[in-house]
Design a protein around this ligand. Structure first.
Ligand SMILES: Nc1ncnc2c1ncn2[C@@H]1O[C@H](COP(=O)(O)OP(=O)(O)OP(=O)(O)O)[C@@H](O)[C@H]1O
Length: 327
């Protein structure tokens, strides 16, 4: 078992920042060839993933990609059919029992008649060693509503309360499963600001989300899942660059779809009336072809966003995308 050390930094005028980090620099998360099926459903199909201490990682993927199944195994709530799951070099249950890991889930875990402060105090009473409830409330950004009843808190405030509860054992790793589902824009922003401020102190964070912007804004690294496999792994800009293509639009009556689709770098093509729209990783080549080999006119070229990257990498015809950057 790795011993834990307290890394303390104190700046005049600021409260000391204490981050508990396991020594030995074992990966915070180490998944090796992990599979998990439910009957005929192959929810996780051979995942290899290492997350280093201090990384903030987004687990991004469409419905049914296997995010929750993987998180459940990380938290020791279920076992892989094959492969290994280690958290700080130990079995997930051991890591949870030692207070090294805490989770923020979407629902459950709150008693509506307690106040926010009482909820965190009750959580603290379950652990031998804890951070002070007041500090957890402050870090989660809800000290100002400490006396409010849970039933009167908004969805976003309840999620920050779950975050405060997760902070009680000062875990080295926090895992969040789609923590902002159903929150409005302000609630999401406040929630992520609280997580991010805390992560800057060195805590490892892994969160599952459907929100691309959230992943791009708040994660150091995005791991994209599709049908139980990792199809991309990198920073937001790297993920975007993987489908870096651009969209080329042109007016081209009677476009030869097959000839255009066969051009190098073209991922997809749409024809609407006299307009043609090509998604391509080599927009220059497409534009050159259109200008020199066809009577195309009104040519426009625009960059694709993270949304396009997500769709390109997770759609059923994406098998040729995103294979180059896996780490
Ligand atoms: N207990 C279960 N019994 C049967 N099938 C399951 C069970 N849990 C998950 N699955 C199936 O495994 C696949 C992966 O589900 P999982 O919940 O891990 O995906 P997800 O990426 O978290 O999706 P979402 O974004 O919708 O929450 C899905 O096809 C799901 O229906």
């Amino acid at each position: 078992m790795p011993a834990r050390v307290a890394v303390m930094t104190t700046t005049p005028g600021q409260a000391p920042a204490v981050t508990m980090a396991p020594t030995g620099q074992r990966p915070a998360i180490d998944l090796s060839s992990v599979t998990k099926s439910f009957g005929k459903v192959h929810a996780v199909r051979g995942i290899d993933l290492q997350v280093q201490p201090g990384e903030v990682v987004a687990f991004l993927g469409p419905n049914g990609a296997g995010k929750t199944t993987t998180i459940d195994m990380l938290l020791g709530l279920s076992k892989p059919d094959s492969g290994t799951v280690e958290v700080f070099g130990m079995h997930p249950r051991q890591a949870v029992a030692r207070g090294l890991v805490a989770a923020v889930m979407q629902t459950g875990g709150l008693l509506k008649d307690l106040s926010v402060r009482e909820t965190v105090q009750l959580t603290a009473s379950l652990f031998v060693q804890t951070r002070s409830p007041q500090e957890c409330l402050e870090r989660a950004g809800i000290a100002d509503i400490a006396d409010r009843k849970v039933s009167k808190c908004s969805g976003g405030q309840q999620q920050r309360l779950r975050f405060a509860m997760a902070l009680v054992s000062d875990p080295a790793l926090i895992v969040l499963d789609e923590p902002t589902t159903g929150m409005d824009v302000t609630g999401r922003r406040d929630f992520w600001n609280a997580i991010h401020r805390d992560a800057e102190r060195g805590r490892t964070v892994l969160f599952a989300t459907h929100y691309l912007e959230e992943a791009d804004m708040y994660a150091d690294r995005i791991v994209l899942l599709r049908q139980g496999q990792i199809v991309a792994d990198g920073t937001g800009p790297q993920i975007k660059a993987m489908t870096s293509g651009r969209t080329v639009r042109a007016t081209l009556p009677g476009a030869d779809e097959h000839a255009l689709a066969a051009l190098a770098g073209v991922d997809s093509i749409e024809v609407r009336g006299d307009s043609v729209m090509l998604h391509s990783r080599d927009s220059d080549a497409v534009a050159r072809f259109l200008l020199t080999q066809t009577p195309a006119r009104d040519i426009e070229i625009e960059a694709r966003g993270l949304e396009d990257a997500f769709i390109a990498l997770t759609s059923d015809d994406s098998d040729n995308n995103g294979q180059g950057e896996q780490r």
